[in-house]
Design a protein around this ligand. Structure first.
Ligand code: SF4
Length: 112
């Protein structure tokens, strides 16, 4: 399998954002870089885009709900304006508000 580069992952997350009607942090700050790199590392290790903020079971089926974009992104963006990792945001998100606080994990605990 061909390894993913940072550029590949950046293209992927932009395509996801465009398709879902979300946006990425326009500043493309350090958090964005860490998340994109985390997706790249997971893909090259397990073969799918495991969520960069969650542990992987290294099993595509078990991790289907946390393959990026995860099943929890849409409800989190609807409720908090951003996904759990703060990679994707609602289109009118106010980036002047610091997003330091974690939002609650929506994934059922038995799947952690
Ligand atoms: S929380 Fe965000 S980055 Fe993590 S899998 Fe879900 S959509 Fe992707």
């Amino acid at each position: 399998m061909k390894e993913k580069t940072i550029e590949d992952v950046e293209k992927y997350v932009q395509q996801v954002a465009d398709k879902r009607g979300w946006i990425l942090d326009p500043s493309k700050d350090e958090t964005y870089e860490i998340l994109v790199n985390g997706l790249r590392v997971y893909f090259n290790k397990v073969g799918y885009f495991n969520c960069p903020c969650r542990d992987s079971n290294e099993d595509r089926v078990m991790d289907k709900d946390i393959s990026c974009p995860c099943d929890y992104a849409q409800p989190d963006i609807a409720e908090h304006g951003r996904c759990y990792c703060a990679l994707f945001y609602e289109p009118n998100y106010d980036f002047s508000i610091p997003t330091l606080e974690m939002i609650a994990e929506r994934r059922p605990e038995e799947k952690w």
